[in-house]
Design a protein around this ligand. Sequence first.
Ligand code: BDP
Length: 634
Amino acid sequence: KYLALAARWHIRGAWGALSGGMLYPRESPSREVKDLSGLWSFRADFSPGRNAGFEKSWFSGRLSETGPVIDMPVPASFNDITQEAQLRDFIGWVWYDRELWVPGRWLSDEGLRIVLRVGSAHYYSIVWVNGAKVMEHEGGHLPFEADVGNVLRKNPSQPCRITIAVNNTLTLQTLPPGSIQHMDDPTMYPPGYFVQNINFDFFNYAGIHRPVLLYTTPNVYIDDIAVQTSFADNIVYQVSVAGSSEPAVQVTLTDKDGRCAATSGGSSGTLRVTDVNLWWPYLMHENPGYLYSLEVRPQAAASRPTDLYALPVGVRTVRVTDTRFFINNKPFYFHGVNKHEDYDIRGKGLDWPLVVKDFNLLKWLGANSFRTSHYPYAEEILQMCDRHGIVVIDECPGVGIKDIRSFGNASLAHHLVVMEELVRRDKNHPSVVMWSVANEPASEMPPAGRYFKELISHTKALDPHRPVTFVSNSNFNRDLGAPYVDVICVNSYFSWYRDPGHVEVIPIQLKTQFENWHGKYQRPIIQSEYGADVVSGLHSDPPMMFTEEYQEVVLQNYHKVFDQKRKEYVVGELIWNFADFMTAQGTLRVVGNKKGIFTRQRQPKSGAFILRDRYWRLANETGRLPPWTRYPCH
Ligand code: BDP
């Protein structure tokens, strides 16, 4: 019964997913933003079918009138906020609501759109305003929004109530997939007992993970902007304006100092900049992360207010050959990390102190890049990457696709929608240099060939200007997706999951791995994961698994081979993982995955120092650093 419900949610999830742009809400003279972060009322639906909230219409009045509610911070995962294991491990619908006053002038001005936007909620969401359903969305990690002006204006003298129901159930057709298993043996399990099975290695945190905002735009408004940059025609832009049939558009590009660098008119055009400042990665140039501001103004009728949206734009190119990855026509070597959005108490909720701390650690480490393993990260994080020059491989939540039933048409259709939502959201970030459509799918299964062929060609059609990859751990000879990627990304855990304890096998196995993959596909290769678990503070010499010394020697053995092969076709190395992170409970995990080079609280293990020495050495060899950044004087 529960599975049937889950299947129906999926079908409903598809509607509305693709209409309109998804510009990040920014304030301007024509746009105001009201952030609804803070405390919301919260109630998990513990009823046996998890359906009481719908049967009793919890959205039609205050949640507190339906039964007991607790305070819940937004943004945050709900799992680790209380002392209840039942809530930590809850599967099903949870309900949030809060009341607020909308500024009177927003309501009285019929020339304004009022948009409600959820930065992300995991996994399936339904949103009501004053009891009226305004939107549904399938999938975590990506934003969704609706114009709620009409609903709000029906009742201008009352506070407005926003209700959000979120369901974290994963099925074979969700992304990531999972399955609900009912335990029917009454001698072993209580009645109605079920568990959520998953095939990915991070805790399935849930709730409202990113800010909920109300923002305004004029009725004639900029719905979307797309830029493509190059050396000759520096910025080719396209603007879509909604609310007007023939909008005139004025575009001004200003530089970092606020000076006008170029202007243009029309909803599409080209901006050429004299002595253009390129966007460079961190440690590749003395002035990384240079951003212009593209100010777009549609000209509405004289009586109406004019919209203004200012998009940060970096001018850079990306190109791949069969042995190299180029940024601005210079070979780029990824020396970086894989991350997770994960921290004590807030789980996957956006947390500014953590975000800034992590960027400080990345810079300390000399990392120039990361992969958003295994789902899209907050837009605020990508904006930091743009500004600091941290290069990003932008991954969708295609992780744990291991069951053959997750390669069917329904799964593929949803995966395509997710890639569209991701490209729509992130296409203008100069930091994003490649899309990753999946992590370690069972790509040797027969349907994987057609699945990845379609998925990758669809992604290239959405964005012809960026390379596309997926991350493999299959046998190179049997990988049915690899023929379609631009860059081979491969994960391996020599001396860990295979040959545990035998670090001496790493060099030979790693060399074979690279030679096999490059020999067969003639593509550049990124070692997209490698590493070893360390319980911080455990020591042994000679090294043993789980000690700091063991992680050090695993890293050193990998690095020897990277140094040989980066002269040929290896274009990057991303450690697994930047920091320890929470996982489901299991015999292989001691309160989470401990492969971090930092603890979950961001303190370095000894592996961090090995990597820091290496990354600064690589940067000194390959980059152009100003004297003050030269390690160890930094
Ligand atoms: C890789 C997965 C990653 C895991 C890692 C591990 O891509 O999500 O956390 O293994 O086991 O295969 O540590």
